[in-house]
Design a binder for this molecule. Structure first.
Ligand SMILES: Cc1ncc(COP(=O)(O)O)c(C=O)c1O
Length: 350
């Protein structure tokens, strides 16, 4: 519900689900779609590279567009050579993360999280790495912020030849002292699924500073063409999807700034002392606004059941169990323009 209390104070309707799309981009989207229609090239053409360049401009790392997060994860896992090896994975994540490793032929060992950031714990990671000698590891940036121990985990992986894949499925728009997700490890993979901070309905983006991995991923998404040395399948993004992605990534900083403004102005005062606190210099993309409480009015929890329980692994991960039972996510959706708002009010809210 939109509450207009004065000419300059408008509370936007952030509590009702909305796709992270700015209606002001509608006309430009239609023009880009017309461009694709007229080009007679609906796949493997310039819109995909324009989207990738726009992504690189935001992320600071070269990008490869894919049809989903899964395609990027499988490319990175195969590149790392995980078949028959162990991959470490936090249990507090979506099942996509361990399932990708299992599908790539690896055994998964689960790692506990911290209670303050919901992300992988360095102490438990170090113990599990000593015990299981993994070929690769996932680090998942839960909820839209960057995992607080990213640097420690990345340093350990670099020193011990562990291929580190950042699961950036939630991390659009995040930064930590100017550093973006995907630049800590060997690869970062974003999801553009329909509920994400910005979305193309379906889609994914892999970023990396390794030219070899980028080349591998370009082959992996396209049956290994032209040499067929890489045995990938079809994980291509269509030109129509890329047109939407191009607008979305250009609009992302504004979407994230809006969500942060609304969080500070309207949500923080409702949850004093119970919201997740970020370290200095970190900006969350606020895919989720996380509080350590059980709330009735929420979008539920980031995850209800840790993956080690879903898969029946006999391992004690007390923080993952604690987090599943002790947090909620009050809704925060991008909806800057609402019929009936005054312009003065909108300017104050956006
Ligand atoms: C943490 C995490 N990893 C991976 C994925 C999978 O993304 P996609 O559906 O684009 O393959 C998701 C999607 O929700 C996710 O939340």
């Amino acid at each position: 519900m939109t509450t207009v209390s004065t000419e300059t104070e408008v509370e936007p309707d952030y509590g009702r689900f909305a796709i992270g799309f700015d209606q002001r981009d509608r006309a430009r989207l239609h023009a880009l779609i017309d461009e694709v229609l007229d080009s007679n090239r609906w796949s493997e053409a310039t819109m995909t590279s324009r989207f990738e360049q726009a992504w690189e401009a935001w992320n600071g790392l070269p990008a490869v567009a894919l049809s989903s997060w899964s395609g990027g994860a499988l490319a990175a896992l195969h590149f790392a050579g995980v078949q028959g090896e162990t991959v470490l994975c936090p249990s507090n994540t979506f099942m996509a993360t361990p399932l990708a490793a299992i599908r790539a032929g690896a055994q998964v060992q689960f790692v506990d999280c911290n209670r303050d950031d919901l992300c992988m714990s360095f102490a438990d990671f170090e113990q599990k790495a000593e015990r299981h000698r993994p070929r690769a590891a996932f680090l998942v940036h839960i909820g839209g912020h960057i995992a607080f121990e990213s640097e420690l985990i990345a340093e350990y992986c670099a020193a011990n030849d562990i291929f580190l894949i950042e699961d950036c499925a939630h991390a659009h728009g995040a930064s930590w002292n100017g550093r973006r997700p995907g630049g800590y490890g060997d690869a970062g993979i974003y999801s553009m699924y329909a509920t994400k901070t910005i979305t193309t309905g379906e889609g994914g983006v892999l970023v990396s500073r390794s030219p070899e991995l980028l080349e591998f991923a370009r082959g992996f998404r396209n049956y290994g063409k032209p040499t067929y040395e890489v045995h990938g399948l079809n994980f291509r993004m269509s030109e129509f999807t890329a047109a939407l992605g191009l607008l979305q990534v250009q609009r992302m900083p504004e979407i994230v700034a809006w969500k942060n403004r609304i969080a500070r102005q309207f949500l923080d005062p409702q949850f004093p002392g119970s919201r997740l606190e970020l370290p200095d210099g970190m900006v969350s993309g606020l895919y989720k606004y996380i509080v350590f409480d059980r709330l009735e009015q929420s979008t539920g929890r980031v995850y209800d059941e840790p993956c080690h329980r879903v898969l029946g692994h006999q391992v004690e991960l007390p923080n993952s169990d604690w987090v599943a039972a002790n947090h909620s996510c009050p809704p925060l959706y991008y909806r800057p323009l609402v019929a009936g708002d005054t312009q003065a009010g909108l300017e104050s809210a956006t």
